[in-house]
Design a binder for this molecule. Structure first.
Ligand code: ADP
Ligand code: MG
Length: 709
């Protein structure tokens, strides 16, 4: 089986479907095989209607009396119907899924999985999923594999574009007899494998094929679990092998030695209007020590919002400048780059450091580039455009990337390759790379650091500057806004403070119950007619967004109604209230980031979490109310969401893991041990790598994430 073949080689996948799949990152047969079910519908436990008990249930029956109505008050679509089996009938209801009314063939059986509860005066099944019950006989193919008992476990895939779950079932059905031909991957499982490394018992020749087959055609939950374990292990192993190899590669690179000179650092620190916290001091020390080494620093500075990472970066930058080298500071957006520039300028310019800002709207770019090349500018601050443009440096030795999780994986790689080209080579025999300092405000629990940061050294600022007033956080039900929230908003604005108002979607969407930016802005204008209210969202043009943010920062807007685009790093110290509508639709990490938009000035700040639900507040919201410690919340998040979900949150961030159970410490240590042993073997006998073609190409994917040279 050729895993690298395009998906069009599979029966039933034409050009059009392939295009859609490509957009979802599925190019090859391998990509498709690793597109694992989001969940499994378990039909083994379906119950007869007469035996139903309240709770999560599965029933099999036909549906009739389908009707959709729109409520007057909230404009919700409500679809109702009756499900009948040979023992009785129940009522079913869906909210804002108007397509349900047309989805069903009333003459056929479906499985309905959902919550059966007593609501509004009667028992009903609320918003169940529905799957056509196509009974398939259990057969055995020529390779001895049992065919799926469709009615016990049905894999459900996330829809990708127009490709629905059922389509994925069909694709895998077309591949079913080929699964046994999936080649092995891990060291120790290949034919005539020369590597003799320790491996767990679930890694054996054929284990990969078994795991993928069980994922797409499971018979029992035990099989699903075993498959997950193997695939998690495989993924962790690849990731950790990549990290180990990168670390070894990095140690071969040279970097400029940027010696620590106490009098310089003291000069800067004594000019600060505050005393560094202990955590800042420790982090600074780690960094300055790294920069004295002849190999490139590769360090991540992790610190909660407001913990004071900027000044640490300034001290590092100053050390490089004092040694006669240049520094590039990169931020993900123009707004953030501008804020860094404005924040660092008063610290560094009085000490004779020449700085420049280069963002999309900068006029004299040519001139700045000339000065960078000649070495007249010491520190350049900008978006990654400074690197992707043809910018040449005179002597770049330190690169600082802020909010690194916002940089795409490929971008960071490109950026560093590019900077390497710009390095002044003191000794032409070596490959030089800049020292690299990444900064992030996303707290990652310690238990995850090994996997998430692989080969990075990490410094943590886990302490806020003294005298900060904690942000007061309150959960409010939607209906309590009028009495408890609006008066507070008026009072804060009257005291010349400003307000962020976060909404979930941009425009009203009949499929969603959540509040939209546009509607909310209109509504608030009615409630607060005297105030200047504007809205902001990700679909606006960058220049338009910048312009609104700038006016908000300048105090010209009282209430900024926005989607989560304001989440990262933006600093408007005069904003003292943040209201988050539909608060339960966000993860803890994101809520915490959003809350960090306020509490940046001297005034007491408030965060209101508006719950759209009539039920008790969720554990997440309660935790938000209780704690403002980002690291604590990250640990809690991990516990609440469990291993199955955390990877989803990281997918767009630091790490692109699909499967791995990041909380499974024993599995991580196993993978880590094997990865270390294999990396050592590969370094000592590079020719042995040739045998592991597929593994090595998988690794280069992870190296894009972890290699920083
Ligand atoms: P972040 O880590 O979120 O980037 P910043 O570097 O923007 O945080 O710092 C937030 C604010 O705290 C800034 O106004 C900064 O001047 C201030 N600050 C930083 N360190 C200290 C300190 N040790 N004591 C008091 N204020 C500090
Ligand atoms: Mg910052």
């Amino acid at each position: 089986m050729d895993l690298s073949a395009e998906v069009t080689s599979i029966n039933g996948i034409g050009e059009k479907t392939a295009e859609t799949l490509k957009k979802a990152g599925i190019f090859t047969v391998r990509d498709l095989l690793y597109f694992l079910p989001r969940t499994y519908e378990n039909f083994q436990n379906s119950v007869k209607i007469k035996d139903l008990k309240p709770g999560k249930i599965s029933v099999r029956g036909r549906i009739s009396d389908l009707k959709t109505q729109r409520t007057h008050r909230r404009g919700l679509y409500i679809t109702t119907g009756t499900i009948t089996d040979d023992t009785g009938s129940i009522r079913v209801i869906w909210f804002n899924q108007p397509y349900r009314a047309k989805q069903f063939d009333e003459k056929r059986d479906y499985y309905f999985n959902g919550s059966y509860d007593f609501k509004n005066g009667r028992y009903q099944l609320t918003s169940p999923s529905a799957t056509l019950a196509t009974d398939v006989e259990v057969t055995t193919d020529e390779k001895g594999r049992k065919s799926l008992k469709k009615n016990s476990f049905q894999p459900i895939y996330s829809q990708r574009g127009s490709v629905k779950s059922i389509k994925f079932n069909q694709f895998f059905e077309a591949l079913r007899s080929d699964f046994a031909l999936i080649p092995d991957l891990l060291p120790g499982t290949l034919e005539d494998d020369s590597l003799t490394v320790e491996k767990p018992d679930f890694v054996y020749p054929g284990a990969r094929a078994d795991a993928l087959f069980s994922s797409h055609f499971p018979d029992t939950t035990a099989e699903i679990d075993a498959a997950r374990r193997y695939l998690s292990y495989e993924e962790l192993f690849e990731l950790l092998l990549a990290a180990n190899l990168s670390k070894q590669e990095n140690s071969k690179l040279k970097a400029e030695i940027l010696p620590f000179k106490a009098e310089n650092t003291k000069k800067l620190i004594s000019s600060l209007p505050f005393k560094l916290t202990n955590a800042q001091r420790q982090a600074t020390w780690d960094i300055l020590k790294d920069m004295e080494k002849p190999t490139p620093m590769n360090r991540l500075l992790q610190g909660d919002v407001g913990s004071g990472k900027t000044v640490v970066a300034a001290i590092a930058a100053f050390q490089a400048v004092c040694s006669g080298f240049q520094v590039a500071i990169l931020a993900p957006t123009s707004i953030l780059a501008t804020q860094h520039y404005e924040g660092l300028k008063p610290l560094l310019e009085p000490l004779g450091v020449k700085m420049a800002l280069m963002i999309g709207s900068t006029r004299d770019k040519a001139n700045i580039k000339k000065q960078l090349k000649s070495g007249k500018i010491d520190i350049i601050i900008g978006t990654h455009a400074i690197i992707t443009d043809d910018t040449d440096f005179h002597a770049l030795a330190l690169c600082i990337i802020d909010e690194q999780h916002r940089f795409g994986v490929g971008q960071r790689q490109k950026l560093l390759l590019k900077t390497a080209r710009n390095i002044k080579k003191t000794n032409p025999e070596f490959t030089y790379a800049p020292h690299l300092l990444s900064m992030t405000a996303t707290p990652i629990p310690r238990s995850l650091q090994l996997t998430v940061f692989g080969d990075l050294d990490v410094s943590i600022i886990n302490e806020l500057p003294k005298g900060r007033q904690p942000i007061e956080t309150k959960i409010l039900k939607s209906i309590e806004q009028k009495e408890r929230l609006y008066p507070k908003i008026s009072a804060e604005i009257a005291a010349s403070h400003q307000v962020y108002w976060i909404c979930h979607n941009i425009e009203d969407n009949p499929m969603m119950e959540t509040t939209s930016v546009k509607k909310q802005a209109k509504k608030l204008q009615g409630i607060f007619p005297q105030q200047k209210i504007e809205f902001l969202h990700g679909r606006m043009k960058p220049a338009e967004k910048d312009e609104i943010m700038e006016r908000f920062a300048a105090g010209k807007i009282d209430i900024l109604v926005s989607t989560t685009v304001v989440e990262v790093g933006v600093n408007v110290p005069n904003a003292s209230v943040i209201v988050i509508m539909d608060a339960e639709s966000y993860g803890l990490a994101q809520l915490h980031q959003l809350r960090g938009r306020v509490g940046r000035g001297n005034a007491k700040s408030y965060c209101y979490l508006i719950s759209n639900s009539e039920d008790q507040p969720t554990k997440r919201l309660i935790e938000m109310e209780k704690s403002t410690d980002g690291f604590h919340l990250a640990e809690v998040d991990l516990k609440i969401r469990g291993p199955g979900e955390i990877y989803g949150a990281l997918q767009h961030g630091a790490l692109d893991l699909r499967i791995a159970t990041l909380t499974d410490t024993p599995l991580i240590s196993l993978a880590s041990r094997q990865a270390k042993a294999v990396a050592k073997e590969f370094t000592e006998h590079p020719e042995s790598m040739l045998k592991y073609k597929e593994l090595m190409s998988g690794i280069s994917h992870y190296q894009q994430l972890t290699t920083l040279n």
